[in-house]
Design a protein around this ligand. Sequence first.
Ligand SMILES: NC(=O)c1ccc[n+]([C@@H]2O[C@H](COP(=O)([O-])OP(=O)(O)OC[C@H]3O[C@@H](n4cnc5c(N)ncnc54)[C@H](OP(=O)(O)O)[C@@H]3O)[C@@H](O)[C@H]2O)c1
Length: 318
Amino acid sequence: MKYRNLGKCGAKVSVISLGSWLTIGGTVDNKRSGNLIKLGFEKGINFFDTADVYNYGMAEITLGKSLKDFRRQDLFIASKCFGKMSDEPNDKGLSRKHIFESVHKSLKNLKTDYIDLYQCHRYDPDTTLEETCRAFNTMIEQGKILYWGVSEWSKDEIKNALEICEKYNLHKPVSNQPQYSLFSRDIESNGVQDICRENGIGLVVWSPLAQGVLTGKYNKKKIENDSRLKDKKNNTFVKNFVNDENLNKVGELIKLSEKTGISVSNLALAWCLRDETVSSAITSATKESQLKENIKASETELTEEILTEIEKIFKSVK
Ligand SMILES: NC(=O)c1ccc[n+]([C@@H]2O[C@H](COP(=O)([O-])OP(=O)(O)OC[C@H]3O[C@@H](n4cnc5c(N)ncnc54)[C@H](OP(=O)(O)O)[C@@H]3O)[C@@H](O)[C@H]2O)c1
C-alpha cells in the first residue's frame, strides 16, 4: 500500500481507502463487514470513511466494532455530518449545535476517543459559514476531532471558509470529498480541484469506480444478482451510469486492460490517483475478492501512453 499526505497535513492516508456507504452496516452482513475491514487493514488500508447518515448510524457502529481490534494510532477514521437524522428541526445541518451533537454521537458509535477527520457532508445554506468554521475549530481544540474537511462544496464555498478561518485564526478545512471518476470529472473544470491544489486541501474522492461500472462487470452478458445494479433498494445512483454510451467506453477500457494486463478497476483507480492532489480514492466493496483487486491499484503506475489511451476513450466526458 502507498500512502500520501492528506493535502498539506502531516498525517498520511492510504491511497486506497474503504468507505461504508450502503455496504458496511448495510447490505453487507456484520460478519462479512468485519472480514472486509480486517482484510483492508491487513493489506495496509488505514483510512476508513463513514458518515452518521449511512444507514442511520449502523455503518459507524459496525465500523467501530471492527476497528477497536486494531491499534488506534494505526487508523485514520473519517466521518461526516449534515444529513437529516430525524424529524427534529436541529437534527441536521452544520449549526454549532448539530456539529457538537453529531461528533459526540459518532465518537460513541465508533467507540473511539477522537475522530481523525470530520467532514461536512454538504454545504448548509441555513447556517452562517462563520458558525460552522468556529464549531469545527472548537471540536479540534477540544481534541474530539483532529482535522475537519468538506464534501461536495463549490469552489466559492471552500474559498469563503478558508478566508473566514484565516481572518479569525481558526483551523482550516484540510480535505474535500467530491465525486470523481472517469465518468465524473466536474472538479477538473469547475475550479474545485484548482482551489484544493492551491491551498493544500487533499481530495479524497468518492465513487472512483462509478459504483462498479468502471470494473467492467456491467459489460458482461449476465449481470450478477448480488451486484448493486440488481439491488432495487440501492440502485438509484448506479443506474445513471449504465447506458450504451458509457458501456461502450468501458468496453474500450476492457480492451486496454487486455492489452496492458492491468485490470479494469485498477486502470480506473490508478487514473484517479495520477494527480497528487488526490490523497485517496475511497472505494467500497461487498466481497473480499473486490477489495483485494482494488488494493492492487495502489501499486499501479500508468505510463503516459496508457493515460493518453484512457483520455482518448473518455474524451467526451466532462
Ligand atoms: N461524500 C459523499 O457524498 C459520498 C457519496 C457516496 C459515497 N461516498 C463514500 O465513498 C465510498 C465509495 O463509494 P461507492 O461505494 O460508490 O464506490 P465505488 O468504489 O465506485 O463502488 C463500489 C461498489 O462497486 C462494486 N465493486 C467494487 N470493486 C469491485 C470490483 N473489483 N469488481 C466488481 N465490483 C466491484 C461493489 O458493489 P456490488 O458488489 O454491490 O456491485 C462496491 O460496493 C462510500 O463507501 C462512501 O464512504 C461519499
